[in-house]
Design a protein. Structure first.
Length: 321
């Protein structure tokens, strides 16, 4: 069944971000080459919408399209002065958001997290937005736990992403979640983007001191990626990088937005997902292949990352031989 994605466009939309959902979701294809998602765009009243550039966009559908959505994406727009001052939404926007079915997934791109927060949809949840506006977001929405160091946050029904290209990461994440890594990776190739980026916004935030390219941890990450089946320790990684453990840990987090251990777990989970999809290897064997050492540990980390067991994941996403 084709999943319907409805993109809501508000005034001062950022054109680059507006094009992301259509571009990514339309490249998600099944085995027969058929699209797995239908993407439509709507605006309040179905009229033209001005962008933050020097032109407007024509939109054919009005907000009633939201009632048909399996996923709603609120496209990025520049927060208005009133939004940054009061954290309030116009009544017509609130009324449009109320049309979204309870069963629909709701996604914000970049600063459209302000829209979801102002509507009360993020209360009690963790969210992200563009790091440059993190202080404003915290001031306006103290009931939301903001994490500006990640590319996206998936709360299940509500998903938020960081700035600009992080919207691509989020959409690919949703394709991966819905249809597995093979479909998501193929969509990424067709979009000519990386299927998965390391780290989070931390690597894009302005730092008070220049980053030392000659002392990067990139070579060590590549080295570790090729040895995930080995029991890699923090001293092992630091030793390969010819750094102290303290210096390596600090530079690793600066470059990736996560600790070395978090990075290793993420990479091992990614490899385990791939093997579950394309092979019939037993779960314990896959656990050894990716460096978890036991099926119990693989189950723990896969459950934490995806909320499913290895057997359930394989049943859903294994590619027929």
């Amino acid at each position: 069944m084709v999943h319907r994605v409805v993109v809501l466009v508000l005034d001062d939309v950022i054109p680059f971000d507006l094009g992301i959902p259509s571009r990514v979701f339309r490249e998600a294809l099944d085995e027969a080459g058929e699209r797995l998602y239908e993407v439509v765009t709507c605006s309040i009243g179905g009229g033209p919408v001005r962008t933050n550039a020097d032109y407007s966009v024509l939109v054919d559908l009005d907000e009633q399209a939201l009632t048909t959505a399996g996923t709603v994406v609120v496209a990025t727009q520049e927060p208005t002065a009133a939004m940054l001052r009061e954290g309030a939404l116009p009544g017509k926007v609130l009324n449009a958001l109320r049309l979204i079915p309870d069963s629909a997934r709701i996604v914000s791109l970049c600063t459209s997290a302000f829209v979801l927060a102002a509507a009360g949809l993020l209360d009690g949840l963790t969210a992200t937005t563009h790091w440059h506006l993190a202080d404003d977001f915290r001031r306006l929405f103290p009931h939301v736990s903001l994490d500006e160091d990640v590319l996206f946050v998936d709360n299940g029904r509500i998903v938020t992403s960081a700035g600009a290209a992080a919207g691509v990461d989020l959409c690919l994440h949703l394709v991966r979640k819905d249809h597995g890594s093979r479909v998501a990776n193929a969509a990424a190739r067709r979009c000519v983007v990386a299927p998965w980026r390391e780290g989070g916004q931390a690597q894009f935030i302005e730092h008070p001191v220049p980053q030392h390219v000659d002392s990067s941890t990139a070579r060590t990450r590549e080295w570790a990626q090729n040895r995930l089946d080995e029991p890699l320790s923090l001293p092992d990684l630091a030793g390969h990088a010819a750094m102290s453990v303290r210096t390596f840990s600090r530079r690793f987090r600066e470059e990736t937005g996560m600790s070395p251990n978090q990075w290793l777990i993420q990479r091992r989970v990614d490899l385990a997902r791939h093997l579950l999809e394309v092979s019939d290897l037993p779960v314990d064997r896959i656990a050894n292949e990716v460096g978890f050492g036991s099926g119990t540990l693989l189950r723990k980390h896969l459950q934490a990352a995806l909320g499913v067991t290895p057997t359930s994941y394989r049943r859903t996403f294994q590619v027929p031989v």
